[in-house]
Design a protein around this ligand. Structure first.
Ligand code: SF4
Ligand code: SF4
Length: 413
């Protein structure tokens, strides 16, 4: 008589997610996604299987195997699990997501200030140094809330001293990059002093300027000559190709390192941009930023919305899935300081403070404590919080804010 026990298990490379009666198994080896409707009669057994303490293996009785037959067959066919016989429970160690992420642990630990520990998470600071600009682009005032873009304002400006004070406070943090943007930064009267100071820093330094402003102020652009900085050329839709060519030629002749960022609204913009990129041979220097105007949702549905196929192709590993569960990768570690000194973790969310009144520690503390941007994950927003894909989908981006809904996907309507 066979006295072996029977065990139902899920493979160690499979991530199981369950939401109500729906079960999703994500195969981290090939990105395959399996979805099951869990019947009433097996719901309890599946819940048991997914309990962290069971490590993805449970003993099952003969009568349970009978009702699990179809489920086990699907596991077997997809190489995501099976039934196994043995005297002892096998050790499989299915990685169950660690709910208490680093960040949560840090918040729970009262011994040191959150702000102090969180300084290591700071990665990029963007300074809007001024808000003056003589151009008049349609994108002005809305593009900057979707991606890095310049914007006009009431004429405020940040002083070099204020900027350097913040950078000084970030010494010893995880800071990697500094972005300088405006307005038209070529109209900033302390640009020479600022560039000289910033160019000596160890971080990646990027200065953002609209191509039209480069050709309008060709003398001022020389401030970047022989400096270790990168100039990012911003291009709005309906740009003048000849002017863009002239702007890039100017940078090229001065040996200034540059990249180009194009805002695109639709397929037509895409074709125009693609043609100029090929014409100027700047494929490796160019980035395309979809720009939501309020009237081009179809373009976003086609090109930006997440599909199951995207998630499959990404082949997320355990670390990435856990990361998406704990952090917002689009915002995490980023701060933006506007020309009046106000600080944001995301320009679409609440102001965190002002550099004139608050230290960087205090600002980061507030952000970590509120979790409003850096920790804004899909399990905190509707309708994603009840969706099977909430730990697999990319982090919430600025497009969700611009479009006004969080399910920018073709998975759940
Ligand atoms: S160049 Fe930038 S700041 Fe100037 S109007 Fe255009 S978008 Fe606004
Ligand atoms: S509803 Fe949210 S979590 Fe679900 S698939 Fe869509 S974007 Fe992803």
């Amino acid at each position: 008589m066979n006295t072996d026990k029977k065990y139902l298990y899920v493979e160690s490379y499979v991530f199981p997610f369950k939401e109500d009666r729906k079960l999703l198994l994500y195969n981290t080896l090939n990105g395959d996604i399996l979805e099951f409707e869990i019947r009433n009669d097996i719901d309890k057994i599946i819940n048991e299987l997914l309990k962290p303490e069971n490590n993805g293996v449970i003993e099952v009785k003969d009568e349970e195997i009978k009702i699990l037959e179809e489920f086990i067959e699907k596991l077997r066919e997809s190489y995501t699990g099976d039934l196994i016989y043995g005297k002892k429970k096998p050790f499989i160690m299915t990685p169950i997501l660690n709910l208490q992420s680093d960040v949560e642990r840090m918040k729970a630990d009262p011994s040191r200030s959150i702000g102090e520990k969180a300084m290591k998470y700071l990665k990029t600071i963007t300074f809007y140094i001024n808000s003056e600009c003589k151009r008049d682009c349609d994108i002005c005032g809305s593009g900057f809330k979707q991606f890095m873009f310049c914007k006009k304002g009431r004429g405020d400006k940040l002083g070099v001293e204020d900027i350097m004070k913040v950078i000084g406070e970030a010494e010893g943090s995880g800071l990697l990059g500094i972005n300088i943007i405006g307005g038209n930064i070529l109209l900033y009267d302390e640009l020479e002093e600022l560039t000289e100071k910033i160019s000596k820093l160890k971080y990646l330094k990027q200065f953002y300027i609209n191509y039209g402003n480069i050709i309008d102020y060709p003398e001022r652009i020389k401030v970047f000559e022989d400096r270790e900085v990168l100039v990012k050329v911003l291009v709005e839709p309906d740009f003048r190709g000849e002017d863009l060519k002239r702007a890039l030629k100017l940078l090229y002749n001065l040996w200034i390192d540059y990249g180009v960022e194009f805002a695109i609204r639709d397929e037509r913009d895409y074709d125009v941009v693609e043609s100029i990129i090929n014409d100027l041979k700047i494929e490796d220097k160019s980035e395309l930023k979809p720009y939501y105007t309020g009237e081009n949702i179809d373009f976003f549905r086609e090109n930006v919305f997440t599909e199951k196929e995207d998630i499959k192709e990404e082949r997320l590993d355990f670390k990435e899935i856990n990361g998406r569960r704990a952090l917002n990768f689009n915002d995490f570690g980023r701060l933006t300081i506007l020309e009046d000194g106000s600080v944001y973790a995301n320009l679409n969310n609440k102001r965190l403070g002002n550099i004139k009144d608050d230290s960087l520690y205090e600002i980061i503390y507030r952000e970590m404590d509120s979790g409003a941007s850096w920790l804004k994950t899909r399990d905190k927003v509707e309708p994603c919080k009840s969706c099977l894909y909430k730990y697999l989908c990319p982090s919430i981006s600025n497009y969700e804010y611009a479009i006004g809904k969080f399910n920018l996907c073709r998975i759940r309507k």
